[in-house]
Design a protein around this ligand. Structure first.
Ligand SMILES: Cc1cc2nc3c(=O)[nH]c(=O)nc-3n(C[C@H](O)[C@H](O)[C@H](O)COP(=O)(O)O)c2cc1C
Length: 324
């Protein structure tokens, strides 16, 4: 078994979650400014990879310095993972893989992936067996604890993972019915951490040092941060410094610097791709709105940024608001 997860978690026990639409290379490059731990990519379709679909292949683009980086895969057909893993390894620098078994989004469930797998443990087993026989790279799986509180499956999945050579298990400690707001079952994380032979990475509702500490006290090997890193990529540094002041941690000028560098990375990323600059401009606006939380005049800035036309206006407003 690879020690990719355990050794990286020993260095930094925080983990950056896969966030579709946000864990793209431009944002991952920003995360790296504040974080040296494991980062997950956006989910990548195994059907697209196995057919070498051009757009899907672009999800494999990365910088060398992004390591440790995990490519997250999704899909419902166990056989497709065999080819997908081979294609990824042939075409890209792969540190490790993950399988999405917790996403409640319709598109993913329709393809038989994400949460749909929580209903079909045989399929989970077939998927992990196929990955294990197709690659020597480390891989994790990311689950929810079940579809609903009355139908929890985390225990069975942990056994499958341990028996079939999965290297780490990420547990979003909510059910599918809880979506993104139900209670995070720290009691279950504690039970799993006590029994597991592989590293357990807990996930759900961690926003700052206090919530990180509560989850870490369950005994998990790592703590994965999702939405909080979307709202403030520097949250990793805040937690490492044992602080809770996420929204006053950076000065306005430093935040403006982050947004400007993010835009440069976004521009670079559109080159040679079938991608419009406006796509990333809308994403940049979202980040600008999230990052301004807690600043004077944030409400007005939010309203104004959505009225802007074109990137020059967006960047101008950011300069004006953050005072640089
Ligand atoms: C916008 C968004 C996109 C997400 N995309 C993915 C994804 O691609 N793969 C995945 O496994 N989970 C995805 N998730 C779930 C997160 O990785 C994480 O499990 C969830 O948000 C709970 O963690 P948090 O409470 O720290 O946000 C996504 C969540 C959000 C809000």
């Amino acid at each position: 078994m690879s020690d990719f997860f355990s050794s990286n978690l020993l260095k930094n026990d925080l983990v950056a979650a896969p966030l579709a639409g946000y864990s793209h290379m431009p944002y991952r490059r920003i995360l790296r400014e504040f974080f040296d731990g494991i980062i997950y990519s956006e989910m990548i379709s195994v059907e697209g990879l196995s057919r070498r679909n051009k757009e899907t292949m672009e999800y494999l683009d990365r910088k060398d310095y992004e390591s440790p980086l995990v490519f997250q895969l999704f899909g419902g057909k166990p056989e497709s993972y065999i080819e997908a893993v081979k294609v990824a390894e042939n075409e890209a620098q792969v540190d490790a893989f993950d399988v999405n078994m917790g996403c409640p989004v319709k598109k993913v469930i329709k393809a038989g992936g994400g949460c749909a797998l929580l209903n079909d443990l045989d399929r989970i087993k077939a998927i992990v067996q196929n990955i294990r026989k197709s690659t020597t790279k480390p891989f994790s799986i990311k689950i929810r604890i079940g579809l609903e509180q009355k139908k929890l499956v985390y225990d069975e999945i942990l056994k499958i993972a341990e028996n079939e050579g999965v290297d780490a298990l990420i547990v979003h400690a909510r059910t599918k019915s809880d979506m993104f707001s139900g209670t995070v079952r720290l009691d279950i994380l504690e039970e799993m951490a006590a029994n597991a032979k592989i590293p357990i990475i807990g996930n759900g509702g961690v926003l700052d040092y206090d919530s990180y500490k509560k989850m870490k006290e369950t005994g998990v090997a790592g703590v994965m941060i999702g939405r909080a890193m979307m709202k403030a990529p520097w949250v990793f540094e805040v937690i490492k410094n044992k602080q809770n002041n996420v929204y006053s941690y950076l000065s306005p000028a430093e935040i403006a610097g982050v947004l400007n560098r993010l835009w440069e990375h976004m521009l670079e990323h559109t080159k040679g791709r079938n991608m419009k600059e406006t796509h990333y401009m809308h994403v940049l606006k979202k980040f600008a709105v999230w990052f301004c939380k807690g600043q004077d005049g944030a409400a007005e800035f939010r309203t104004n940024i959505y009225k802007t036309n074109g990137i020059d206006e967006v960047l101008g407003l950011i300069r004006q608001f953050y005072g640089c």
